[in-house]
Ligand binder design. Structure first.
Ligand code: NAD
Length: 252
């Protein structure tokens, strides 16, 4: 059990990487607090976990809302006695297209869900982890925020994901001495609704960009997050950890 007795928030838990992480973390002994927008999906997932895998509670809301970030921390504290970890994973791609044609509304939407929400999450989570004597925060960034890989039209998304790496590194430096580790996880293309699931043309195109010539399964990325949230990564903080099927070492 890699996460035994750890109380962990997972956002974006209603589908894709977050859902796979919720199931994996609970199976590894974590008490999980599930967050996302859709209550019915969270309710079903929590019921699945509570029927024999582990312990789960949930609260639907919008990660752009500061009071939602605090409410998830409060739920972890009242349900499980505190907070040891957070997988701040909710995110959107937004509209893809050249920056010269991009509306400010799309830019603001992507930055607020992916980057401002990461700030709000950490702001709410750090005092609770400090009270616990330490903890681990993980942001789901992306290969796009580091190497792009040749994907066109990703200006807002790339900026938001690169911003998460800078935020993680700054937080890591500020809180290392308190035992609070903060890392960014950079997945490559992953089979999820946001990753083009159900659209074979998109999935094939993105898969071919990867040296491994395939996309990740959501569980493969959840396993990388598990490592960052567990004590196995106890000397890692401020790391942009790449799990991208070789995208960042692509030759062309
Ligand atoms: P997904 O669409 O399956 O899941 C996204 C989750 O985020 C959903 O649970 C959704 O409810 C939640 N969410 C979105 N906006 C929200 C908001 N405003 N408030 C609360 N919850 C919100 O996609 P996924 O691929 O599992 O994405 C998870 C993370 O992984 C994202 O941050 C994404 O950018 C990142 N990522 C995905 C890929 C990929 O190829 N799938 C690659 C690299 C990084």
């Amino acid at each position: 059990m890699e996460l035994e007795n750890k109380s962990i928030i997972i956002t974006g838990a209603s589908s894709g990487i977050g859902k796979a992480a919720a199931l994996l973390f609970a199976a590894e002994g974590a008490d999980v607090v599930l967050g996302a927008r859709r209550s019915s999906e969270l309710e079903t997932l929590a019921a699945t976990i509570n029927q024999g895998i582990g312990r789960a509670v949930y609260l639907a809301g919008d990660v752009r809302d500061e009071s939602y970030a605090s409410a998830l921390v409060d739920l972890a504290t009242t349900s499980f006695g505190g907070l040891d970890g957070a997988f701040n994973n909710a995110g959107i791609v937004g509209e893809m297209g050249p920056v010269a044609d991009m509306g400010l509304d799309n830019w603001n939407a992507v930055i607020s869900v992916n980057l401002t929400a990461a700030f709000l999450a950490a702001k709410a989570q750090i005092p609770a982890m400090r009270a616990r004597g330490g903890g681990s925060i993980v942001f789901t960034s992306s290969f796009v925020g580091f190497s792009n890989g040749g994907l066109p039209g990703m200006g807002a998304y790339a900026a938001s994901k690169a911003g998460q790496i800078g935020l993680a590194q700054s937080l890591a430096s500020d809180h290392a001495a308190e035992g609070i580790r903060v890392n960014a996880l950079l997945p490559g293309g992953t089979v999820t609704p946001a990753g083009g699931e159900g659209n074979p043309g998109v999935m094939e195109y993105v898969a071919k960009l990867h040296p491994m010539k395939r996309l990740a399964g959501a569980k493969e990325i959840a396993q990388a997050a598990l490592f960052l949230l567990s004590d196995r990564s106890s000397f890692m903080t401020g790391s942009p950890m790449i799990a991208d099927g070789g995208m960042s070492v692509r030759l062309s």
